[in-house]
Design a protein around this ligand. Structure first.
Ligand code: ZN
Length: 432
């Protein structure tokens, strides 16, 4: 069947189910959950899969799932990704009253775009020369590092990002290429394409001092909070050495500043990222940061434990896949509604996918306010949920129609930077 007819059918189906897609997004917005705890979001999504009659696997990396449109294992396979998790920003006016969580990064919109694309593609699946897999992944936000480290110690996970866990568990082994979407907070145009993202190393820091009476005997103590503050100052003193082209970002927080106010703090904990455009840049900055942290301890005679954990890989969109995405989206919305993006200093575990397989994701319009802030809100549900669903769906049609000619070219032209079988060992070694 002609591609144009397939595209029209897909778009008609998404329009027909637009209200249902928006309702689904709204339900997720109202029940935001943090990474590896997205049980209700997962349950709601799995109900949708059941209603659609799609075979699915659940409980991947705790809350993730994969749903197969055809389920017959034929042809190349395209994964359409939706991220399950939210953020913790209690000051957001629509934060969940009990948890303080909110979808201030718009991941609920990705879920809607993914499901909407699935609905559209379901109408033409017999005409597609390959498989479509809806991949719902937990924990894109690399937060609560201490909590996730405990899960790691209990053997429940190895990495702190959901997509990293998907790769480690072999859950991406039957997926050949990946398409995703993300809310773009400053985007006037309907669809954003291109761009890249920083990678990073995650960090847990513990300063160990000695407790004593803060008023009566501070001379008997070792102040771990002072050590931490000097460590932070040391990081600041290194910032002028970070080269502009490496786009380094270091942003520690203190998660524990002491025990009781009338004691000298003896146990102070911090979490941080060290981000950069390339692995080499991240490693160089990370060495300086660790030196600075150690210097803080040395200054007051405290001890410091620094744990580096694999963060996310820098994200590069596959150029061959990106060409198809751009052509498909231009065909859908017109050239003037496409924003060509540049490098972003934020990070995503789509970067990890992009190291092992052709990966691309589109930017979604329709929000107002800064991402990760109290101001972020969806102001145009059609722009935010429906257009991205359409963009993902027509791209899949273009990739999988005509004997999957386009997708085969993309797969053949791709050179992984990490072999997917070696990913886990590679990532573990990277931080040692
Ligand atoms: Zn996000």
């Amino acid at each position: 069947m002609d591609k144009t007819i397939l595209r029209e059918k897909v778009l008609e189906e998404i329009d027909r189910r637009a209200n249902e897609i928006i309702e689904y997004a709204t339900a997720i917005w109202k029940y935001p959950e943090l990474g590896f705890k997205e049980f209700k979001t997962a349950e709601l999504t799995e109900k949708k899969y059941e209603a659609a009659g799609w075979r699915y696997e659940k409980g991947i990396a705790i809350t993730g799932s994969k749903a197969y449109l055809k389920g017959d294992g034929s042809g190349p396979s395209i994964g359409v990704v939706g991220e399950l998790d939210a953020l913790h920003i209690p000051v957001h006016p629509e934060a969940h009253p009990a948890t303080g969580n909110v979808h201030a990064c718009g991941h609920h919109s990705q879920m809607a775009a993914m499901l909407g694309a699935g609905y559209g593609l379901d109408a033409v699946k017999e005409q597609l020369d390959g498989e479509v897999v809806m991949v719902t992944v937990p924990a894109e936000e690399y937060i609560e590092i201490d909590y996730r480290n405990r899960l790691r110690e209990e053997g429940k996970l190895e990495f702190f990002g959901g997509k990293q866990e998907f790769i480690r568990l072999g859950a991406m082994d039957d997926v050949d290429i990946v398409l995703g979407s993300h809310s773009a907070m400053d985007q006037e145009e309907l669809i954003g394409v291109g761009g890249s993202n920083n990678g990073f190393v995650g960090k847990l820091v513990r300063y160990i001092g000695r407790e004593s009476h803060a008023g009566g005997a501070p001379d008997k103590g070792i102040n771990a909070l002072n050590a931490a503050i000097l460590g932070l100052m040391g990081i600041h003193a290194n910032r002028e050495t970070f080269r502009d082209q490496d786009t380094i970002r270091v942003h520690p927080i203190i998660t524990k500043g002491g025990e009781i106010v009338n004691n000298v703090p003896a146990d102070v904990r911090m979490e941080s990222y060290v981000r950069g455009k390339t692995v080499e840049a991240v490693m160089d900055a990370n060495r300086k940061v660790n030196n600075a942290l150690r210097a803080g301890a040395m200054a007051v005679g405290a001890e410091v434990e620094i744990q580096d954990h694999p963060g996310y890989m820098p994200y590069t969109r596959d150029p061959n896949l990106e060409k198809v995405v751009i052509a498909s989206c231009e065909g859908l919305v017109g050239k003037d509604q496409i924003k060509h993006r540049e490098h972003s200093t934020g990070s995503t575990d789509m970067g990890d996918f992009s190291c092992i397989m052709p990966t691309s994701s589109i930017g979604m319009a329709g929000t107002e306010g800064a991402g990760h802030s109290r101001d972020l809100k969806v102001v145009d549900p059609v722009k935010q949920y429906i257009w991205p669903a359409k963009a993902l769906a027509v791209t899949v049609v273009d990739l999988l129609a005509d004997d999957a000619k386009e997708v085969k070219q993309v797969i053949n032209g791709f050179k992984p930077t990490i072999n997917r079988k070696e990913y886990t060992e590679f990532m573990k070694k990277m931080v040692l």
